[in-house]
Design a protein. Structure first.
Length: 216
């Protein structure tokens, strides 16, 4: 059966997190199609992975036989994360927008799994793996909006995941998530609710479609 690598990075629990609510919906519908499948789950807020260090970085370009003890330990952690990616049949990532970008914990995960000559380069080891990214945001940053130029989440993740790692990337974008909490955005609550409902529905549909695609 298929393996889903599920990564959440929101600081907040599911009941207070738009991205977690949508990734949970996706995962639930995925498991309905794959009751005997495997889900490898990483909550980067609860258990952050190490930020990339000089030892971990340089170890990726050196003969393992020459690694210092520090390099060996740091590189072993990178390899563990890389193998999780390589062994996944599909990947699900919760990527809320924080200060116009992704959470630092998600950036740390990406820095660890990007390894030239293995996951990145001419023949990326996980090339073609389908990745669904739930890119939630408190406002609206789509084409034609006043803050279009501040959209660094989808643009960045497309560059890294699709162009860099060769993954097959798809986005679900719940937006205006701050409307219920911000009085200045109160008139946008109906748009937020519509975006939330659409995202949850997309998650259900995409999970089922992907499960069927992998089972074919």
């Amino acid at each position: 059966m298929a393996t889903l690598l599920h990564i959440d990075s929101s600081l907040f629990p599911t009941e207070a997190s738009a991205s977690r609510a949508v990734t949970e919906s996706f995962r639930t519908h995925w498991l309905e199609q794959h009751p005997d499948g495997t889900v490898v789950y990483r909550d980067l807020a609860a258990q952050p992975v190490p930020h990339l260090t000089a030892a971990a970085h340089t170890a990726g370009f050196a003969d393992p036989a020459s690694h210092t003890p520090e390099q060996a330990a740091a590189f072993a952690e990178r390899v563990r994360l890389i193998e999780e990616l390589e062994q996944a049949d599909a990947v699900l990532i919760g990527a809320p927008m924080y200060n116009y970008s992704v959470p630092s914990t998600l950036k740390a995960w990406l820095d660890n799994v990007i390894l030239i000559g293995r996951t990145a380069g001419e023949t990326p080891s996980a090339k073609g793996t389908p990745v669904t990214v739930v890119a939630s945001r408190g406002g609206a940053y789509g084409p034609g909006t006043p803050r279009e130029g501040y959209e660094y989440v989808q643009n960045y993740l497309t560059a890294v995941l699709a162009d860099g790692l060769g993954l097959d990337v798809d986005f679900i974008v719940p937006e205006l998530t701050m409307a219920p909490q911000n009085p200045a955005m109160s008139e946008l609550v109906p748009l937020y609710e519509a975006s939330r409902d659409r995202a949850l529905q997309e998650a259900a549909v995409k999970a089922k479609q992907l499960a069927e695609r992998l089972a074919a």
